[in-house]
Design a protein around this ligand. Structure first.
Ligand SMILES: [Zn+2]
Ligand SMILES: [Zn+2]
Length: 284
C-alpha cells in the first residue's frame, strides 16, 4: 500500500475520520522502508522443510540471530527517519526517549530487546522495557514493522503457505496469532486465510470455527455485520469472547488487509466487551 493507492484514497474519502491515522501509518511505513529492505532468507524448499513440523521460521535460532544482526544496527537510522514525522505529542516524546536510549545502550542490550520480541517472551520483554523506561507500545509496533520490512514478499504470500501445507492458527514466519481473516473465492468455494500483524504474512486456515481458541461449536459462533459495512465483518466466538475482522470480498486488499483501516470496528467490538487478538501493539 502507498499514498498513491487509489482504492485507499477513495476509502479515506468515505471515512474521513481515518485520515489522520492513515497519514501517520503511511509516513511511518515509508520511513521504515527507507532504512530497511528484505533480507536474504533460505530458498523456498528449505523454508518449507524448516516449517514442516509447525515451527515458525523465525523461531529457528539461526534465522533469529540473523534478523537481530540485520535490525540492531538500523534502529538509530530508523528513529532518525521517524522523529521528523508529524505525530501526536506523546508519540513524539516516546520516539525521543527511545532514540536517546538507543544512543547510550550497548549493542547487547539492544540485541536482547529484539531477541525477546522475536521469541515473544512477553513477560521478559515488558520487564525489560519497564526497567529501561521505554515506551512499550511504540517499541513493539516499530520493531514489528521492521520485521515486516525484512521478510521478502514471496514468503508473505498466501499461496506459498497453501502450497507448503501450513494450516495452523499462528503465523508460519513469526509465530504470532492472526489479527485479520480473509475469505477468498477458491475453486471449491470460499476458503479462509489469516493475516499476521507482526510480519504481514498470510496463510490458510480452517473455514469455520474460532481461530483463537479452536472452538468448533458453531452454535457458539456468530457474525457481526456493522451497519453499512459489507466488505468487512466480525466473526465472534461466544466461548472465548474474541473476534476477528474478516474481509469477505476481493480487490480491495490494499485497504482491508490493513488492521488500522477498520479501527472503528474494533471500537465497536470493545463496546460489546469483545477481545481483540494479534495486534502488533500488544503482547501476543
Ligand atoms: Zn508473522
Ligand atoms: Zn474462541
Amino acid at each position: 500500500m502507498n499514498v498513491t493507492d487509489k482504492k485507499m484514497q477513495a476509502y479515506l474519502e468515505a471515512h474521513p475520520f481515518l485520515q489522520e491515522t492513515a497519514e501517520l501509518q503511511l509516513a511511518m511505513s515509508a520511513a521504515i522502508q527507507k532504512s530497511v529492505g528484505p533480507m536474504e532468507f533460505p530458498e523456498d524448499n528449505e523454508v518449507k522443510k524448516l516449517t514442516q513440523d509447525g515451527v515458525p521460521l523465525l523461531q529457528s535460532k539461526d534465522l533469529q540471530d540473523r534478523v537481530v544482526a540485520a535490525l540492531q544496527p538500523q534502529i538509530s537510522a530508523v528513529l532518525a527517519e521517524l522523529l521528523p514525522i508529524a505525530c501526536p505529542q506523546p508519540m513524539q516524546e516516546a520516539l525521543q526517549v527511545w532514540a536517546e536510549w538507543t544512543e547510550k545502550q550497548s549493542m547487547d542490550k539492544q540485541a536482547e530487546l529484539i531477541g525477546l520480541l522475536l521469541r515473544q517472551e512477553d513477560e521478559k520483554l515488558t520487564a525489560l522495557m519497564q526497567a529501561e523506561q521505554l515506551p512499550e507500545q511504540l517499541v513493539r509496533t516499530v520493531l514489528w514493522q521492521l520485521v515486516e520490512a525484512l521478510v521478502p514478499a514471496r514468503l508473505k504470500a498466501y499461496d506459498f503457505w497453501q502450497d507448503a501445507g501450513w494450516a495452523k492458527n499462528y503465523c508460519p514466519i513469526c509465530g504470532r496469532q492472526p489479527v485479520l481473516a480473509h475469505l477468498r473465492k477458491e475453486k471449491e468455494g470460499r476458503a479462509r486465510f489469516l493475516l499476521c500483524d507482526g510480519c504481514h504474512a498470510e496463510w490458510p486456515f480452517a473455514r469455520v470455527g474460532c481461530v483463537y481458541c479452536g472452538n468448533e461449536d458453531l452454535t457458539q459462533m456468530h457474525i457481526l455485520e456493522p451497519e453499512g459495512q459489507t466488505a468487512m465483518r466480525m466473526d465472534v466466538c461466544g466461548k472465548c469472547q474474541s473476534y476477528i475482522k474478516t474481509y469477505n470480498e476481493e480487490g480491495t486488499e490494499s485497504v482491508y488487509l490493513q488492521d488500522w483501516a477498520t479501527i472503528h470496528l474494533d471500537l465497536l467490538a470493545e463496546e460489546k466487551g469483545l477481545r481483540k487478538n494479534g495486534s502488533r501493539l500488544l503482547a501476543n
